[in-house]
Design a binder for this molecule. Sequence first.
Ligand code: ADP
Ligand code: ZN
Ligand code: ZN
Length: 739
Amino acid sequence: MRFYAAVIINRAVQAVNRAFTYKIPVALQNKIVPGLVVKVPFGHEHLEGVVVELLDQSDREDDTLKEIEAIISPNPLFGEDLLQLSQYLADYFLSTRAAFLQAMLPAGLSLTGHLPKSSLVEHFSIKIQEPVKLRSTKQKEIYAYLQQNPDAEKDVILANTNSNLSILRNMVQKEYIEKRTEMRWYQQSLKADIEFIKPECLTIEQKEVLDRLQKNAAAERKPVLLHGVTGSGKTELYLRFLEPLLRQGKQAILLVPEISLTPQMVSYFRSRLQMPVAVLHSGLSAKERKETWLGIAKGIYPLVIGARSAVFAPTPNLGAIIMDEIHDGSYKQESQPCFHALTAAKERCRLCGAQLLLGSATPPVTLYYQAQQGEYLLLQLKNRVLDLPLPRVQTVDMRLELQKGNRSMFSGVLKKQITDTLTEGKQVILFLNRRGYHTFVSCRSCGEAILCRHCAVAMAYHQEEQVLKCHYCGFTQPIPEICPNCGSKAIRQFGSGTQKVAEEAAKLWPQAHILRLDRDATLQKGSYEQIYKQMYQGEADILIGTQMVVKGLDFPNVTLVGVLAADASLFLPDLFAEEKSFQLLTQVAGRAGRRDLPGQVIIQSYQPEHEIIQAAAAQDYATFYHREIAERQMMQNPPFSFLIRMIVSGLELEKTAFAAQVLHGYLHRHLAAEEQLLGPQEAPLAKIKDRYRMQLMLKGTDLFLLRLHLRNALAEYQKDGKIKKNIRILIDIEPISMM
Ligand code: ADP
Ligand code: ZN
Ligand code: ZN
């Protein structure tokens, strides 16, 4: 008998971030299990909490302990692994267990216990083996049915017997049968709508890698980093690795960047595996998400595919987590609770004895370094399958174009190549590095750009609607006729967004069917699939897009990729700007010529001699890595140190700056000599959604100590009476972006 339960209160604040002990009342004995949501008295309130552990003994006198009042969720919402993971992540990311428990649930399920009626199903079973008197034939019929089909669902019973609900209820009342309530789960359509062909055999290189992967999974089960050039057949390896594992009754989670989670991609796995595959993506309604999640918890899906938060999918018997395109920024959650899905996946695999497999053509420098230090088993695919050559990459110096009097966005070389490609009936992708490069409106008299009044970010000009839009908060306003700064009428738009490129392209190639793929073009539901399909089926000739075209798309007929402005992301005020630029350019270049056609890539730049651009053009990860790691070592940046970034935000600039100063003061007192504290200063995005943002950065070689010092400083800061209530602090452990 377990008489006590440790409960985490559903409040994401540090003050209650620990387990509280409650007595289990006699009526609930044997019904309380870890993972259940319960109602408990707390102070003068009655709050929800999650049972995380059952205890034989209590750390306190019995009569000072309160009792659990009720069970809220009919079934446990968390398995043992996820309960433990919440503790690990709360410690690691300096957050609370409640915040992570909340983050683990899908929209539509929450810890507050308000389950919509529709999501509960009733099951019935026989209670008394030999009932005394079953009077009606209808009762007998139900009884006979339940003998054949124990634990049947209400609707199924009603459909298969000549009875009705009141007869069922009556039998329950007489205790002939008993009722059990369960949450409804949802079975996604399992059919693959396209059939894909399985490659006859693996290449020698693929075979070797698969062999080492399987040997490792059977023995040491070290986390694996698979570094394979674009088009080297990583996906094929994932499939061949997963199949036997799933046939043994284990489940796996495949994480992909949000943007590459296309229906085609999912179809591919369904078709190849011929098994139920659950998909967790933002396009599902809250109800679908919740019910899919419950289905996963029942273990009916061998494979779960999803973006970042699918790392918390409640698979009961986890055998592997695969993270594709591990360099992708969408694996990091930048809002509370900040966390990286890799940290979660690694620990979850450790807890479950599952295999972790990371794949990328451009692994993050930190990860690659750790792999070389032996933290990961490093496996390499150096060649494209079937000896497909890497695309030929050419750089164009845009400074010379300007000297030649070419003011267009297209260099002479790119123009000619596009024309040739279209003439051959092939397709073209044009990539525009959008970050910091979209069309904005600025004043020719004073030079000021129009900024969002809530975010202090340059507003983007949208020609179709003739408005200015903020890409951070969505605020929209008409284009002002006079400059809000100086009153001049000389106000006009600059830069080149995808719209402008599309317009210019339409003039140059009037016969071509041109598509745009960017955030605005895909806001409407389904339009992304539409664009993808048109491109895939060859109905479109030119696809113009931002970061979205880079990620994992595989179009058989694309032979030319043009990068319009390669430098745009290179000079951002970000420690990781070069790494990100390299990844982006390498991935773009990898889009060309993925089948039996040779690919051609043209990179336009104002600095084509830049080492990063050269390395990306040569698809040369090694050169990039050695340059970058040497620089990191010299500057003592990650992986040679750890960073913690703090964003202090508030509604008034002065009070925000003051709070940042106060925090700085407390931190300063706790730091060890080798630890550095930078700031406070304005964050690169100094204002977002009406909140001013100040940034502090901690740097040191021992993450454990850094966190400890920060925790102590925060505790003192919280007690400081001078700090206003509406100041927030966002803690970002191991940031991957400074923007
Ligand atoms: P990556 O994920 O490394 O970019 P993919 O797994 O998408 O590469 O493979 C690129 C293409 O090569 C795909 O169309 C895939 O079907 C094909 N492919 C992979 N392995 C083989 C193989 N052994 N034989 C023939 N084709 C293969
Ligand atoms: Zn002005
Ligand atoms: Zn805004």
